[in-house]
Design a binder for this molecule. Sequence first.
Ligand SMILES: Cc1cc2nc3c(=O)[nH]c(=O)nc-3n(C[C@H](O)[C@H](O)[C@H](O)COP(=O)(O)OP(=O)(O)OC[C@H]3O[C@@H](n4cnc5c(N)ncnc54)[C@H](O)[C@@H]3O)c2cc1C
Length: 380
Amino acid sequence: MIYTTPEHEALREQVARFLEKEVEPHGEKWEAQGFTPREVLRKMGQLGWLGMTYSSEYGGAEADFMTSVVFQEALSRSTFGGFIVTVLVHTDMASPHLVHAGNEEQKEKYLPSLISGEKISAVGVSEPDAGSDVAGIRTNAKRDGNDYVINGTKMFITNGVHADLYFVAAKTDPEAKGSRGISMFIVEKGTPGFSVGRSLNKHGWHSSDTAELIFDNCRVPAENLLGEENRGFYAVMQNFQIERIALGAMAVGHALTALKLTTQWVKERKAFGGHLFDKQVIRQRLSMLAAKTEAARSYLYHCAWLVNENKECVKEVSMLKALTGELVNEVMYTCQQFHGGMGYMRETPIERLVRDARVLAVGGGATEVMLEEVAKRLYF
Ligand SMILES: Cc1cc2nc3c(=O)[nH]c(=O)nc-3n(C[C@H](O)[C@H](O)[C@H](O)COP(=O)(O)OP(=O)(O)OC[C@H]3O[C@@H](n4cnc5c(N)ncnc54)[C@H](O)[C@@H]3O)c2cc1C
């Protein structure tokens, strides 16, 4: 059974109403323009949704992590994956770097505007030659007086084109082996030497802006170092658990939406003298996928509970990410199949969901990389 409270149910309903009014009628336009307008995020900020677990000192709602996952999953019922990821990168993949590693001055300076939605954040770890292998990044930051000078290129950065604040991983100790010698930096949009290289055209997530970032002798003040010098890899790894739970919530939300759309479709579509739903093979395949998705959903909340209780959960979250990233694609394949030719048409939400779901088996830790994390911790 999924742990839930009346407040969680109220939040689910509130988010569903927001999607119905503020997202679903406008998403096609955002897909065409390649990004989600920032006013939408500001509205979400006003509702207290961009700083769900953060301290009220900075404008946060001080909710527990379970509530945050309820929000992620409710938001993920949208049929626009690009919109969902725009929000979740800001709330659960980028801003946690500031919250977990930032000092008081940094939080006071940046956190209120991130929570209100006035400023939107991005996280830059991946590079053209290093994605899964975070330790292999080449972007470097050299100390020069009271500054660090950053050089390098980041790749596939969500919110990259339109963000205001970037949390960027760079090597600060070129001699250090493996995961050591990486640090995180706060880089503001407009800092000389920092530019958005290319806006990337993608298979899905069209309402999310994705960019290549270029650092060419980009000088940031030493006080923009986030956390301890050379300890950035561990901060990235710690935040990965939160990020991967958000991606798991997204996968569960997408799968439930696709199953709902498809069940409605096969109950209306007629062939061979009856509705498609009358065919045992169709309703049983959907039932089995619904069973798998509900099991994954329960496991999502189990992982959320582990994080909430501060328990070690790398194995569990890696399992969740691997499981849901694959399951959502299995669900999409069958749901598109049962839509027939219509499922191949750009005008149907299922066609978009199929494209949007694909990256959930790659981004934020590819399935194979997640399974390696599980394998290291197998207990049998
Ligand atoms: C749309 C999109 C948005 C993204 N947003 C961001 C962002 O905001 N910030 C950010 O920093 N990054 C972002 N990423 C990057 C993303 O996290 C990486 O793409 C992902 O980690 C995989 O890295 P890679 O693309 O370099 O693939 P590679 O590391 O080159 O791996 C390619 C494939 O090889 C396989 N593989 C890799 N390692 C192993 C292994 N050890 N064992 C077996 N098989 C393996 C996997 O199948 C993997 O998919 C985004 C990516 C996409 C596509």
